[in-house]
Design a protein around this ligand. Structure first.
Ligand SMILES: NC(=O)c1ccc[n+]([C@@H]2O[C@H](COP(=O)([O-])OP(=O)(O)OC[C@H]3O[C@@H](n4cnc5c(N)ncnc54)[C@H](OP(=O)(O)O)[C@@H]3O)[C@@H](O)[C@H]2O)c1
Length: 238
């Protein structure tokens, strides 16, 4: 089977593990991040883009990923909306420019990318979408208004896409607490800004963080499986 995936945030953490595992499963992968990662073999193409620059990133993806989609009659096309920002700060301190960047990366571009892939998919190609969600999409964590609200938007966007498009599989996936750069930054947030940071520090001390390879395996399994429901939502291990 010929398979092409677009994965955002491949330069670290969960996105890097997803790209690596997809390549091992014989997928062609186009990755997006500001930093350029290295993966073995010739099946990885990197687009060094800032997803917060919505018009620049959309134009580059339309051109470069569009060309890849048109290259052959791919049988399956995957999209993994993984890149995200998790800025912390009480609502009184939020800066408009930072809010705009987080909404662009976490919600605007992922929704646009779902539309893009569905619009440009080769005839007959099966489309699978994974939106990386979080408990923050459904629970209000003080200090995380930006992150919680963008993750809630992404979750709902995926539900609407699955309601609109008959032949798509959308997976809204919560990876749990994973040992990545984002998780490290979360531990370093001042507790007065983000009280839940104490729990994440405790998880770290107790060695309870998962390796990125674990959620990556669930994501790759969904992308690779024979059949998929139109919308499915799950937390790792549940
Ligand atoms: N770690 C956890 O415990 C946890 C829990 C729940 C959900 N999640 C979710 O899991 C996903 C992956 O996070 P992670 O933990 O693996 O974090 P990470 O290691 O910090 O990775 C984030 C990725 O997003 C990319 N990115 C960030 N800003 C970008 C921008 N402006 N333009 C392009 N790419 C950008 C980064 O690349 P560059 O910096 O090179 O641009 C990086 O590759 C996120 O959606 C996160 O919300 C994580």
């Amino acid at each position: 089977m010929t398979r092409l995936a677009l994965v955002t945030g491949t330069s670290s953490g969960i996105g890097a593990a997803v790209a690596r595992q997809l390549l091992e499963h014989g997928w062609q992968v186009v990755g997006v991040a500001r930093r350029t990662p290295k993966f073995p073999g010739a099946n990885y193409q990197h687009l060094a883009l800032d997803l917060a620059d919505v018009s620049g990133a959309a134009a580059a993806i339309e051109r470069q990923m569009g060309a890849r989609l048109a290259e052959r009659a791919w049988e399956r096309v995957g999209l993994v909306n993984n890149a995200a920002l998790a800025p912390a700060g009480r609502v009184q301190k939020l800066e408009a420019a930072e809010l705009e960047r987080a909404y662009a990366v976490n919600a605007v571009m992922p929704l646009w990318l779902m539309g893009f892939v569905l619009r440009r998919r080769p005839e007959g190609a099966e489309v699978r979408v994974v939106n990386i969600s979080s408990g923050a999409a459904q629970r209000p964590f003080p200090g995380l208004a930006t992150y919680c609200s963008t993750k809630a938007a992404l979750r709902m966007a995926g539900m609407v896409v699955a309601a609109e498009v008959e032949d798509v599989g959308v997976f809204s996936y919560e990876p749990g607490v994973v040992d990545t750069e984002m998780q490290r930054a979360t531990r370093e947030m001042p507790l007065e800004e983000f009280p839940w940071g104490a729990t994440f520090r405790q998880y770290h001390t107790e060695g309870r963080l998962a390796a990125p390879e674990l959620p990556a395996a669930d994501i790759v399994e969904f992308l690779t499986a024979d059949g998929a429901e139109r919308f499915v939502e799950r937390r790792r291990g549940a």
